[in-house]
Design a protein around this ligand. Structure first.
Ligand SMILES: Cc1ncc(COP(=O)(O)O)c(C=O)c1O
Length: 354
């Protein structure tokens, strides 16, 4: 390893852009804070990291990322409590996961001390961009790209690890209806579905645009070989409430090991709500919808936190879900956000003070 992370070189903007931002009208992921964190990998080591003004990069057109998609990313959030303290939620898990993704994509892993020191220093600089109040947050996007100039199909010898930040309100607005996948697949056995590899997302855009044209905002992906088992959505893990039991698919090499998902499973156990982590079939969910036993479907993920789903379609059969007063979706969202915003106790030690 090269230099220590406390050698991070910091160059600040001369004037912040923050006064131009309307925090009440944020389009998710379109506005970026003043600074970014950058660390280059070369000669077999991560070099001295830098924090610099957010700006375009100069990258050769032959950089391998453009040709072979050697790129991974993460998504996490910072929250501000009523005393102006800044918190992250289970950030070690994001660090572990980006390294798992990198490993699968033959990208060198990023050292934990660099990650935490870089993140902390960047968030201290950008603290004014984190607005108080539930629902407000700073979305944080760490990512790695292969920068080596070479168009032969093999792993690069140089990379860039970066962190950029974007102020956020809540991700989704309005009702979300979903289509259960029948033909297209997001991920296959032995593939990269469990990794946050950039190509997993690009590959969903076309089938999702077909779903949009039919009036559905998202697809719930099914297993690639039979399309009989419900797996996850594009950027969320999925929970089904049948009666008073929550069902969610087990992790496998096609599914992203979601941090929100595993937190919800724990919160359900803490609240004596029965959770079954097992394969969930399309057939049983359609049957439960017909008998009225299917009470809720919701997605769980960092960006949206919990996203209730109001209806679904599969093989031409359409179902609407009831509107509940005491939904699990609302219950878990409240519980999770109270932990994230330092409103309630944190019995599992998930909060991380920046
Ligand atoms: C494919 C996919 N599934 C699930 C999730 C939810 O994961 P997390 O709760 O860690 O944000 C995400 C978002 O990160 C995702 O991209």
């Amino acid at each position: 390893m090269s230099d220590l992370p406390n050698d991070i070189k910091i160059s600040k903007v001369s004037e912040s852009k923050i006064s131009n931002v309307d925090f009440n009208k944020l389009d998710f992921g379109k506005i970026f804070t003043d600074h970014m964190f950058v660390c280059d990998y070369k000669d077999g080591a991560w070099q001295t990291p830098e924090i610099m003004p957010y700006q375009p990069l100069t990258i050769a057109p032959s950089a391998r990322v453009f040709h072979y998609g050697q790129a991974v990313f993460e998504g996490m959030k910072a929250f501000k409590d009523e005393d102006d303290q800044i918190w992250l939620f289970r950030p070690e898990d994001n660090h572990d996961r980006i390294n798992k993704s990198s490993h699968r994509m033959a990208i060198p892993e990023f050292p934990k001390d660099f990650f935490f020191e870089g993140l902390t220093q960047l968030l201290h600089l950008e603290k004014d961009w984190i607005q108080k109040g539930k629902g407000n947050s700073l979305y944080i996007r760490p990512f790695v790209i292969a920068t080596e100039e070479a168009i032969s199909a093999s792993p690069a010898s140089t990379y860039k690890f970066m962190i950029i930040c974007s102020p956020a309100q809540s991700y989704y607005a309005g009702e979300v209806k979903v289509l259960f996948a029948e033909k297209f697949s997001r991920a296959a056995d032995g593939g990269v579905g469990f990794a946050k590899a950039a190509g997993n997302y690009g590959a969903q855009f076309y089938p999702t645009s077909l779903a949009h044209a039919k009036g559905y905002q998202q697809i719930i992906w099914t297993d690639a070989s039979t399309h009989e088992y419900l797996e996850e959505a594009g950027t969320m893990n999925i929970f089904f409430r049948v009666g008073d039991t929550l069902l969610t698919a087990p992790n496998n090499d096609r599914i992203l090991d979601g941090i929100t998902r595993k937190s919800l499973i724990q919160l359900a156990k803490d609240s004596n709500i029965k959770v079954e982590v097992r394969r969930v079939t399309v057939a049983e969910i359609k049957e439960a919808a017909k008998t009225g036993e299917l009470k809720e479907i919701f997605g769980a993920g960092t960006a949206a936190v919990i996203n209730p789903i109001s209806g679904f379609e599969h093989a031409g059969d359409k179902f609407d879900l009831p509107k509940l007063d005491n939904s699990y979706a609302t219950f878990f969202k409240e519980k999770l956000m109270n932990i994230q915003y330092n409103v309630s106790e944190d019995p599992h030690g998930w909060r991380y003070k920046v």
